[in-house]
Design a binder for this molecule. Structure first.
Ligand SMILES: [Zn+2]
Ligand SMILES: [Zn+2]
Length: 125
C-alpha cells in the first residue's frame, strides 16, 4: 500500500499549499492497485510484506526462525512466534518448516529434522 500512501501524502502536501500550487494538482495521479500490471502488483506486495514484517519485528512481534522470514504468519496470524514455539519444542508454521528443510533455519542448536511442522500450516499459539 506504499503507493497509495505516497499518493495520499502528496495530496495532503498539495492540499496544504493549494493556493500557490493549484496548477500542480493536475500532476497528482491516483494509482489504483487493481490497475497495475501483475508485475507491478507483485513488486508492491513483496515490498509491502517486507515493510510490514520489519515494522512488526521492530515491535518484537515478528520473531521468525528462518531467513528470509516467513510470509505465512504475516498473512494468517498478523505476527510470527515461530522462533518462540521452536525454542519450546512446539510446532512452527508450514512455511518455516519447509524453510528449515532447505537449510534456511537460523536458530542455533536446532537441527532441521527436529523441527515439527504440519502440511496444514497450523501451529499452536
Ligand atoms: Zn515466521
Ligand atoms: Zn511462520
Amino acid at each position: 500500500m506504499r503507493i497509495i500512501a505516497a499518493v495520499l501524502l502528496s495530496m495532503l502536501m498539495f492540499g496544504a499549499c493549494a493556493e500557490q500550487k493549484s496548477d500542480m494538482s493536475a500532476e497528482v495521479k491516483e494509482v489504483n492497485f487493481a490497475d497495475l500490471s501483475f508485475e507491478e502488483q507483485h513488486a508492491s506486495i513483496v515490498s509491502d510484506t517486507e515493510t510490514a514484517k520489519k515494522g512488526l519485528a521492530a515491535k518484537g512481534e515478528y520473531s521468525c526462525c528462518v531467513m528470509p522470514p516467513c510470509n505465512w504468519c504475516l498473512i494468517n496470524d498478523k505476527h510470527c512466534n515461530c522462533a518462540t514455539h521452536l525454542t519450546k519444542g512446539e510446532s512452527v508454521c508450514g512455511e518455516c518448516g519447509q524453510s528449515w528443510a532447505i537449510g534456511r533455519g537460523i536458530l542455533a542448536g536446532v537441527e532441521a529434522e527436529d523441527v515439527k511442522w504440519g502440511p496444514d500450516n497450523v501451529h499452536s499459539h
